[in-house]
Design a protein around this ligand. Structure first.
Ligand code: MV4
Length: 587
């Protein structure tokens, strides 16, 4: 049994893992880069260790440093999260060599599924359907052209060590093969230091469907249904859902069985995902991710299983107490990735400080994040602010709940993908469940994305929008919010529009000093309680001039500009109307 677990990651996934550790009673150890000194995972952990002089981006990749910290902190196990060292077989080996449990599959299983050519061989052997293609490297454009004739065009040239679309090139005709082959090789060499490429028939408009696996050390391998991750932009997933809108129980059973066969064959232990392409009612194995994934949350929502907790329990040697028949998929779940990106500007990163951050709540709503209001999103890492997950008893309910939760999510200070999701969730083809990997190109388009550029929205801060201000007003007992563009001179006489108590801090924020109209007025209708000034007094901005009582509340009237008091026009006990002059100043 574990007592202490180190989490070799940051952000929302580090917090996600530490929460699971807490529930299991483990002491949590965080590591952090200099850019993450104030990050939430550092504060949440029971202990935290600095691992990074700059460049911060490399800190979470330092195998020796992390192992040294793990020894120093006497941890029993290391959870790698996703990204960074999660699929690094050398790291898994280094953990084992240091007598520390790596929470994930064995280095061997990782390697057997790591190279795509190796994974294709394993899949062939396990009788798992594959996209037609090679299980050996292709070493010349000439060989690739022959394969094009064999499978039919288009063909894809792929990097054996590839991932995330890197090294993927498509040739639609024999004349395009030479360039696609060379280009794929160059990219493969640059990104992965391995220029091995292979060929597959290219499917034109597939869906991306993946199967979640959980396998223990005692031979039990469970398939936990599928996720549909078709909505992507440049191989970055934006929305995932479970189950897939196109899945039938029969196809699910057969995809799950294929995934289980493959995992059994390679002795896979832990949580893992098998990616498939789905085209014309057929599924084809693509590759395996040997880690917990960002979108594991939608599977948790429909299975009721805590996948991260099961990763930890499996790593401790516990057997899974279920059979495949015990796995029941209930309802529907959707995850929207809320990134600090501007969807109207090609999803360019929009990093900065979260000026405001307020999460949605309520039944069937989950938010996983590593940030809070005031947090700065460091430039070194990914732009994920939060994962918003909704669950519903069926897909329409999950969708409606997501639409509602997105509109309840308040983030300012950075641009986010929220407007994109709002557009997506109202798209008829998406709502009908028809999204494929080309969805954004085919159904939203560049024009649709550019249209997401919105004029600045006015917040409560009145100097944000040309002096326009928002007011709550009640008309015949009904509350309205109205936006009023106040002329400059009236704006200067702030006491007319704003309760004095809230005026002072705002005054400090304003760049322009109010122009002097020469009179201080009552902010509201009421009774003068006291007058604090007399003719001849020098007034400072913010100084209390009078107190007016209204509805049993005392309201201080403060000077909105400095000056000498000329006359006091009212006395204590006198009734005043809103806007009525109380004091005049020498101008
Ligand atoms: C494909 C394909 C069509 N046919 N392979 C892109 C990333 C890599 N993981 C696999 N990818 C694809 N491989 C064949 N034989 C289409 C894609 C693809 C894709 C796959 C999943 C999710 C989004 C995608 C977007 C474009 C292309």
């Amino acid at each position: 049994m574990f007592n202490r677990v180190l989490v070799a990651n940051r952000g929302e996934i580090a917090l996600r893992v530490m929460r699971a550790c807490r529930e299991l009673g483990f002491w949590t150890v965080a590591v952090y880069s200099e850019a993450d000194r104030d990050s939430l995972h550092v504060h949440y952990a029971d202990e935290a260790f600095l691992i990074g002089p700059p460049p911060a981006v490399d800190s979470y990749l330092r195998i020796d440093t992390i192992i040294a910290v793990a020894r120093q902190a006497h941890v029993d196990a290391i959870h790698p999260g996703y990204g960074f060292l999660a699929e690094n077989a050398a790291f898994a080996r280094a953990c084992v060599a240091a007598g520390i449990v790596f929470i994930g599959p064995s280095a061997t299983a990782m390697e057997r599924m790591g190279s795509k050519i190796a994974a294709r061989r394993e899949a062939t052997h396990a009788n798992v359907p594959l996209v037609p293609g090679t299980t050996a490297p292709v070493t010349s454009a000439e060989a690739a052209r022959l394969l094009g004739e064999q499978f039919g065009y288009p063909i894809a040239l792929k990097a054996a060590s590839g991932g995330g679309g890197r090294g993927l090139k498509v040739a639609h005709a024999p004349g395009e093969v030479e360039e696609a082959f060379q280009s794929s090789r160059r990219e493969a060499a640059a990104y992965f230091k391995d220029d091995t490429v292979y060929v597959e028939k290219y499917l034109m408009n597939p869906r991306h469907i993946e199967i979640q696996i959980l396998a223990d050390q005692h031979g039990t391998v469970l398939a936990l249904g599928e996720r549909d991750c078709s909505v992507q932009r440049r191989h970055q997933k934006l929305l995932e859902e479970a189950p897939s809108p196109v899945m039938t129980p029969e196809v699910r059973t057969s995809m799950q069985a294929a995934a289980v066969r493959l995992c059994e064959q390679v002795g896979y232990v832990g949580a893992g995902t098998l990616e498939f392409l789905w085209s014309d009612g057929q599924f084809y194995f693509l590759e395996m991710n040997t880690r917990i994934q960002v979108e594991h949350t939608v599977t948790e929502a429909i299975t009721g299983l805590d996948l991260v907790k099961w990763q930890l329990r499996i790593a401790q040697g516990e057997p899974l107490p279920y059979t495949q028949h015990d796995i029941v998929l209930r309802g529907h779940a959707i995850e929207c990735r809320i990134n600090a990106e501007d969807p109207a500007a090609n999803f360019a990163p929009s990093l900065g400080t979260l000026a405001s951050y307020a999460e949605p709540h309520g039944l069937g709503v989950r938010v996983d994040t590593g940030f809070k209001a005031g947090s700065t999103i460091p430039q070194f890492y990914d732009s994920l602010i939060a994962k918003l997950i909704t669950w519903g008893s069926d897909r329409p309910e999950a969708l409606a709940r997501m639409v509602r939760a997105l509109s309840d999510f308040e983030i300012s200070g950075v641009k986010t993908t929220i407007p994109f999701h709002q557009l997506l969730l109202r798209n008829p083809a998406f709502v009908r469940g028809e999204a494929t990997v080309r969805f954004i190109e085919d159904h939203i388009g560049e024009a649709g994305l550019h249209a997401l550029a919105t004029p600045p929205i006015m917040g409560d801060d009145f100097d944000e929008f040309n002096g326009a201000r928002r007011f709550a007003v009640e008309v015949n007992g009904k509350r309205f919010t109205v936006r009023v563009a106040v002329p400059e001179d009236l704006l200067a006489n702030d006491a007319v529009q704003r309760q004095p108590a809230s005026y002072v801090p705002h005054a400090a924020k304003r760049s322009k000093a109010p122009t002097a109209p020469g009179t201080l007025v009552a902010p509201l209708q009421g009774t003068v309680v006291t007058i604090r000034v007399a003719p001849g007094d020098m007034l400072q901005v913010g100084q209390v001039v009078a107190v007016v009582e209204a509805m049993k509340m005392e309201n201080e009237v403060v000077a909105t500009h400095a000056g000498r008091v000329k006359a006091v026009l009212v006395q204590p006990g006198q009734s005043v109307q809103a806007g009525m002059s109380l004091v005049t100043l020498e101008v």
